[in-house]
Design a protein around this ligand. Sequence first.
Ligand code: GYE
Length: 306
Amino acid sequence: QTTNSGGNSGGGESKTISLGFSQVGAESGWRTANTKSIQDTAKEVGFDLKFSDAQQKQENQIKALRSFIQQKVDVIAFSPVVESGWDTVLKEAKDAGIPVILTDRAVDSADKSLYVTFIGSDFVEEGRKAGQWLVDQYKDSAEDINIVELQGTTGSAPANDRKAGFEELIKSNSKLKVIASQTGDFTRAKGKEVMQAFLKAHKDIDVLYAHNDDMALGAIQAIEAAGLKPGVDIKIISVDAVKDGMQAASEGKINFIVECNPLLGPQLMEAVQNVVDGKPVEPRIVTIESTFTSEQAKEALPSRQY
Ligand code: GYE
C-alpha cells in the first residue's frame, strides 16, 4: 500500500506532514516564546516544518504563503501581521486545495471559508481586563486620571482589539481620560522612544497602558530616566506576562499584567493533524488566560517557563 492518510493505522508507513508556517517576526519576548513553542512541538510530533520570518511586514508574509503554495505543503499556518488584505492570497491557497490555519492573530476577511480555524487569545477580553483593573483602582477618584497608551503594531488584531476592549470599560468613568495614544510597534525600543515623547509633552501622566510587556519595559527606562518611579508615580498596566514583564511586576514597576499565552504549538499541531486526517476542527479555538497583580507576579515568577 502506498497511500496512507497519515493516521497511525498500524503497520503502514505514514507520510510526513509538511507544514508551512509564516511568523510575524521577532519583535517581543512573547514572539520568541511563541516561535519556540511552534518549532519544538513540530519537532516532537515529527512534522516537516517550513518556518519563515516576515520581519513584521505583510508583503513578506504574502510572499511566504505563495512559496508554500508552490511547494504544495499539506497545511499552511500563519500569524497575520495585520488584519486586512488577505483575501487574494487566501483564495489562492484555497484554489490549490491547501487548508489554512490562523494562529495568534485574526484576519478581517468576510469569507470564513478561506481558513479552517483561528487559534488564539481573545484580545478584546484582554483589553477589558486591563480596563476593569483601572476602573476598580480609581472608582473613588475625584480628580481626572490622565492615561497614555502605547499601542501595538498599527492595524494588527491585538492592537485594534486591546484598544477597543480597554475603551469599552473605561468609558463608564468620565474621570478616566486617555490623553495620548500612539503605536510603539510592540518593541522595547519604540516603547521607550514614544514614552520619552509622552513625558516631554505631558507633565501630568498618571497611568500608562501598554499593549505588551516589551513596550512597557522600554517605557520604564524612559520613566526612570525622567526621574520618576514606574509603578508609583505612573501606574503601569501591560499585556503578555512574559518573564521580563513578570520580573518588573514583582518589583512593583508594573502594577497589573493581563496574560496572553504564547504556547500555541500543541494546539496548532493537533489542529494540523486533524485537518490532514479529515477530522472536524472547531472554527475558533480560544486559549485560556489569567491576570497578575505585583503580588501574584512575585508568586508565579519562579515557575514561569518563558
Ligand atoms: O502580545 C506581542 C507580540 O500577537 C499576541 O504580538 C501577539 C502580540 C503580543 O508582539 O507581544
